[in-house]
Design a protein around this ligand. Structure first.
Ligand code: 2P0
Length: 335
């Protein structure tokens, strides 16, 4: 009886690469990938090695907010973030170099990876998504791979699941896929604009969170009985969001996104030890939003694995929303 080898990132990637890769230039130019906010969340994995999700998700990219990355040949492996070199034993630097290693495969050169984020790192504003997407674009350029967009999405996903969605602007669906090697678990852009849609970023805290989303997701799947209801909720919400987007029905978009986020948080709270990313100011912001709606201002919110709140509204409500959230950073995703 033969025992099939476990599928690893390395094996999947090797299948698509030439036998050896070498840098095609001393340095790439700077490659940009946007951050993204999920309206239907990715929460739970069917395969932790390849970051294959239990459900499909749908996001909107944050236009100019994201990561810029450049790779150069260097005497030693170095990782720089926002102008400062990161210690080689730092978790972030180790993840970046491990990702490059998937492509470099022991080849005889060292790299300097320089990344600039214009979003707060590790504050629930999804910097790992844009970070791995920009890194994937830089790796593709550095080694002259010219990979297809869907392959770039699948490989970026192996760095961080949500990075699969950060290869595109606008609305993006990450289809969960069914293949064991995950090559059908890729994101695709939706052919649809929504020019007056706005995202507002309410920064409750930019501190590093105690439980990262990867651990939080695993804990929820392993310990929360409530998680059983999540895949059905996500599938239903995905359909509703598709309809809301094609009909430009903002009420349906906002209601669905808000309920989806709160359902995901309900599964986190129901895990053990309990996982509550909310801070008092997060709850205060929710109450301000619900009061605004009661007063006739159409504003909804979504939240990720962190305390920050992201508002959804349309351009005509911007002044009223800013009155309630004076420090709001507003993004026009289709501008
Ligand atoms: C999302 N999140 O859809 C969900 C909602 C957080 C809550 O994708 O383990 O950093 O690297 O695949 O992509 C954050 O999870 O997790 C995330 P890994 P990732 O945006």
């Amino acid at each position: 009886m033969s025992i099939s080898k476990a599928i690893t990132k390395q094996r999947v990637i090797e299948h698509y690469l030439p036998a050896t890769v070498i840098p095609v230039a001393d340095s790439t130019d700077t490659l940009f990938a946007p951050s993204n906010i999920a309206l239907c969340k990715y929460w739970g994995k069917r395969d932790a090695e390849l970051n294959l999700p239990i459900n499909s998700s749908l996001s909107i990219s944050l236009a100019h907010l994201g990561s810029r990355t450049k790779i150069s040949v260097c005497d030693s492996d170095q990782v720089w973030l926002n102008g400062s070199q990161i210690a080689a034993n730092d978790k972030f630097a180790a993840k970046v170099i491990a990702f490059v290693d998937l492509f470099r495969r022991g080849a005889d050169h060292c790299v300097k990876v320089e990344t600039e984020n214009n979003i707060p790192t590790a504050a629930g504003l999804a910097s790992s998504a844009s970070g791995f997407a920009a890194l994937m674009l830089a790796v593709d350029r550095f080694y002259g791979l010219n990979l297809e967009p869907q392959v770039l999405s699948a490989f970026a996903r192996m760095g961080s699941g949500s990075a699969s969605r950060s290869l595109y602007e606008g609305f993006v669906e990450w289809q969960m896929g069914i293949r064991e090697d995950g090559m059908d678990s890729v994101a695709l852009p939706l052919d649809c604009r929504w020019d007056d849609l706005r995202i507002g970023l309410v920064k409750v805290s930019t501190a590093e969170k105690a439980v990262d989303s990867r651990s939080g997701m695993n804990r929820t799947v392993e310990t929360a009985h409530l998680y059983q209801s999540w895949p059905l909720q996500a599938a239903t919400d995905l359909e509703r969001l598709h309809r809301a987007i094609s009909d430009k029905n903002f009420t349906q978009l906002g209601e669905t996104a808000e309920q989806n986020a709160l359902s995901m948080h309900a599964t986190m709270i129901a895990s053990w030890p309990p996982l509550l990313y909310w801070q008092p100011d997060s709850v205060a912001a929710m109450q301000t939003i619900w009061q605004a709606r009661a007063d006739g201002v159409e504003v909804y919110f979504t939240m990720d694995a962190g305390p920050n709140i992201k508002l959804l509204f349309t351009a005509d409500a911007e002044a009223a929303v800013k009155q309630r959230f004076p420090d709001l950073e507003v993004v026009a995703p289709f501008a």
